[in-house]
Design a binder for this molecule. Structure first.
Ligand SMILES: CNc1nc2cc3nc[nH]c(=O)c3cc2[nH]1
Length: 382
């Protein structure tokens, strides 16, 4: 299904097709203007138009098909209009592959000052220079369009948990009205998609109402928001058990801000197709390595003379070509290479885990794969 982009060059329309099914889990392929995304997919976070401490080509080589950009950060610096004048985000950061941008609401709620939410949108002060801004559903879509994102997100209001039911209901209803306005403002270019975001905190009835009304509005994909905001994992998984079964099977399901390796396997098992999380990159910058044998905190003195690499069986050089002793030294010394190698290792492990799940689903053995994976984490150091 090709559509003309007006310049005579045929552009693929945004599309999603599932292939293998294993219980509630499935593999799929998302087609966008900048390429295809194999699902289940983990999206490295590229907040300020860079996946911190990584080269774009390296991120791609690890198996990431898509990265996330943050509207909040980019609208403040360098500015959406400037990125557009410079050719858009793909060209600006030299990432000629799919990009998903969030809408800015979540980051501004956690980073900006003097925030005020009204029916119209959110006004706030920049955490960088205190300048005042307004973000409405329409402006957020305009910014994401200026950035040129292949997948764009509606503006929503995400409440922290625990929260009163009335508060969760108010924010969920506002997010539904903003979903309508976001869709009305979305001028889909060929190969671009818009996702709605399911809210409703930890209240099943609110989650069901939000999902059903978003489906009535109609989106290219559906995100489950309002989670990974401090609630226990079992509450997050319980909300997935409520929501994923009622989302359309032929549209991608995106769990925002998740998560640890254990969160990923438990959520893929429950039918989630897309994830984003700062965990692997941020933890890497703080000396924490994720491996198939569990977590390794390289700040710990017990590594000071350990000549073993993080994982000699890993195809990733960062995991096999340097000793833990050296990584410990780099981390303790605050050396830039320490951040680079651990970020590289962590993203490699996350992509290896996603590729393993995609293969396991295709072979109808996801439960076995998850059991083997958890066993590896539990056994710890070989
Ligand atoms: C790190 N946890 C987390 N990152 C999130 C980003 C989000 N964006 C939009 N809407 C959300 O509800 C939302 C929830 C989130 N939880």
């Amino acid at each position: 299904n090709l559509t003309s982009a007006g310049n005579g060059v045929a552009q693929p329309a945004f599309a999603f097709a599932t292939s293998a099914i294993d219980g509630r889990a499935r593999t799929g392929l998302i087609t966008t203007a900048h390429g295809q995304i194999r699902t289940p997919a983990f999206m490295p976070v590229g907040t300020a138009a860079t996946v911190k401490a990584m080269y774009p080509a390296q991120v791609k080589q690890l198996g990431a098909d898509v990265v996330l950009g943050n509207t909040y950060h980019l609208m403040l610096r360098p500015g959406a209009e400037r990125v557009a004048r410079l050719g858009g985000l793909h060209q600006f950061m030299n990432w000629p592959h799919p990009i998903l941008t969030d809408s800015g609401g979540f980051q501004l709620m956690s980073l900006s000052k003097l925030r005020k939410i009204t029916e119209k949108g959110v006004t706030f002060q920049s955490h960088i220079d205190g300048a005042r801004y307004e973000l409405t559903p329409e402006r957020s879509i305009e910014i994401q369009g200026l950035l040129g994102a292949d997948i764009q997100m509606q503006l929503d209001e995400c409440v922290r948990m625990p929260c009163a039911r009335e508060e969760a209901d108010r924010a969920m209803q506002l997010s539904l009205r903003w979903a309508e306005r976001s869709k009305a403002a979305f001028g889909a270019l060929p190969g671009q998609g818009l996702f709605g975001i399911v809210q409703g905190a930890d209240v099943p009835e609110l989650r069901v109402e939000s999902a059903r009304k978003l489906i009535d509005i109609g989106f290219h994909g559906y995100a489950v928001g309002g989670l990974a905001v401090g609630e226990p994992q079992d509450v997050m998984l319980a909300m997935l058990d409520v929501v994923t079964p009622i989302l359309p099977a032929d549209r991608p399901r995106y769990l925002m801000g998740v998560g640890t390796p254990d969160d990923l396997v438990e959520s893929v098992r429950r039918g989630v197709d897309m994830f984003d999380c700062v965990m692997p990159t941020r933890a890497g910058r703080h000396g924490l390595a994720y491996t198939r044998h569990g977590k390794v905190n390289l700040k710990n003195a017990r590594h000071a003379e350990d000549t073993r690499p993080l994982d000699e069986a890993s195809p990733c050089e960062a995991s096999s070509a340097w000793s833990r002793a050296y990584l410990h030294h780099l981390v303790k010394s605050g050396e830039i290479l320490g951040m680079m190698l651990l970020t590289w290792n962590n993203l490699a492990y996350y992509q290896e885990l996603m590729a393993g799940m995609r293969a396991a689903i295709a072979a109808g053995r996801l439960d076995d794969f998850i059991a083997e994976t958890k066993d590896g984490w539990a056994r710890g150091e070989a």
